[in-house]
Design a protein around this ligand. Sequence first.
Ligand SMILES: [Zn+2]
Length: 295
Amino acid sequence: MTDACQRFLFDEADIRGEVVELDSVLESACEHHQYPLPVARLLGEALAACALMRATIKLEGQLTLQVYGDDDAAISLLLVHADGDGAMRGTVRYQGEPQRGGLHQLCGNARLAITIEPEDGQRYQGVVGTEEEGLAATLETYFRDSEQLPTRFFLASDGARAAGMLLQRMPQKTSEGESPAVDPDAWERVGHLAATLSERELLETGSEELLHKLFHQETVRVFEPRELYFRCRCSAERIASILRGLEREEIDKVLDEAGVVEVRCEFCGAAFRYDRVDVEHALADSATPGSERYH
Ligand SMILES: [Zn+2]
């Protein structure tokens, strides 16, 4: 299994962890785009981070990680989603051909938003400014300040594959009769062990082997891996709503010139074509599919 997330627990300390490996998910997300390498790498890291965070949530529903770049930045929007069933997708809007850089260099003074949309219940969003050190540091700040949950992120991507690890100190049990963490030094120690990991090791070592290599002197319980896969939610209906957001004059101009309007899904590259009749239906109501869908 190459696209998977795996949970682990330190039995003698209140620490949980997740490791993730992404291969075909990142490949599919990049398939219909010609992302410059630094953009593809950042997308890989963001997908890995999104999978790790989604894995820590018990609710059914979607977790979204969004970065809004500032006006002059190479990346204006980075958007990744993870569902509870392992489905993921992601896309990047960028300009130019950036040759290097991570989150801060590519997105400028950006804002990063994490949104949780449970199937039943209230939508929740938290926002944090980006840290110069990168995506992992930004997420660590977010969890420290917004969630009061000490969390460490380790992320790596070479643009074709991505990997990551999350460590989280679980809330101390405070009710009477419960003892505090059996091993009060564990958080520091485990963090130091994880920090010895190079990005290359993270990317090239399988999850089980990685956990053994890092934590063989700790008591770690490892759970079954859960499969992740790329799945887009686009449909003629959703794309029709994009059409409704365009200027009528623009649509008519394209129809006059080409006979059809083509709208392409940013996530999976699927193209939806609308002729004049389809356009009238789509603009009139929300339930009309395009006449043709192809990849
Ligand atoms: Zn799509």
